[in-house]
Design a protein around this ligand. Sequence first.
Ligand SMILES: Cc1cc2nc3c(=O)[nH]c(=O)nc-3n(C[C@H](O)[C@H](O)[C@H](O)COP(=O)(O)OP(=O)(O)OC[C@H]3O[C@@H](n4cnc5c(N)ncnc54)[C@H](O)[C@@H]3O)c2cc1C
Ligand code: FES
Length: 263
Amino acid sequence: MKEAVIIENKAIGADFFLISLKWLPARSVRPGQFVMLRVTGSMDPLLRRPFSVYNVEGDTVELLYKVVGKGTTILSSLNPGDAVDLLGPLGRGFPVPGVVPGKGRLLMVAGGVGIAPFYHLGRSLDCGSLLIYGARTKADTVVVKPFSNIGVKSKVSTEDGTRGARGLVTDLLVREMRCGDTVYACGPSPMLKAVAKLAEEKGIRCLVSLERAMACGIGVCLGCAVKTVAHRPGRVVEDDRAYQMVCSDGPVFDSRDVDWDLL
Ligand SMILES: Cc1cc2nc3c(=O)[nH]c(=O)nc-3n(C[C@H](O)[C@H](O)[C@H](O)COP(=O)(O)OP(=O)(O)OC[C@H]3O[C@@H](n4cnc5c(N)ncnc54)[C@H](O)[C@@H]3O)c2cc1C
Ligand code: FES
């Protein structure tokens, strides 16, 4: 358990906040990892909440969050100088690909607040990359810092056409995918499932960051298990299929290992 002190906690559009926290382990956070944050010192809400790390600057981490319930509502009311406890960095994040001559681009596909892990990743890249970002409507898109500032091009779509191209993020993806590209995706499960299907059809490697309700965040409570299609010895198995923990085996998985029918 490590204490973190709030430097800033600002609203950035409807329901979205960016919180900056002074936190000693900040420098050790790798792209795609997350933290478990307890919003109060009291027993309510009892459990910590998981958040991807959006950005790291020295010993400061930034988290981008959407207010959806009790924990995030309390979080949004906290002020600079308030302390929270942060467990982390946790999980296995996205591998940071280097430049491979002749290799394709890294396509980062984000839905809604699923954009959170890609800023830290984008800052760590030196290969060709493109962010493909989708949401239902303009109010659900959140761009805190332009990705162009960190050398990442981006394309945006909304289902109602209020920002960027009209349609689904997968409509943009299908136009952009080329042989040799790699896809990293983060967002709602139906989006991840559709992205995984497209990537498989095109024979493109795809890693997905899964979201599950989490209690411990460290692989102990077994509450965030997902069923995979890969049997690995040493795992909890049923019908010859492995369960893996999103918090400690993931949250990033090879899309081919996920049993999408059961997600
Ligand atoms: C690895 C991981 C990384 C995450 N990273 C981020 C992040 O960077 N930013 C962020 O905003 N959230 C992120 N989440 C989701 C975040 O943890 C939840 O939104 C948060 O725990 C909700 O807490 P709450 O107490 O406000 O809501 P609760 O009171 O627990 O839930 C309130 C309502 O919101 C619904 N809900 C819960 N989670 C979500 C969700 N993700 N989307 C929509 N509805 C939801 C619940 O089903 C319930 O109906 C991440 C989750 C995981 C597992
Ligand atoms: S949250 Fe407890 S095992 Fe993953």
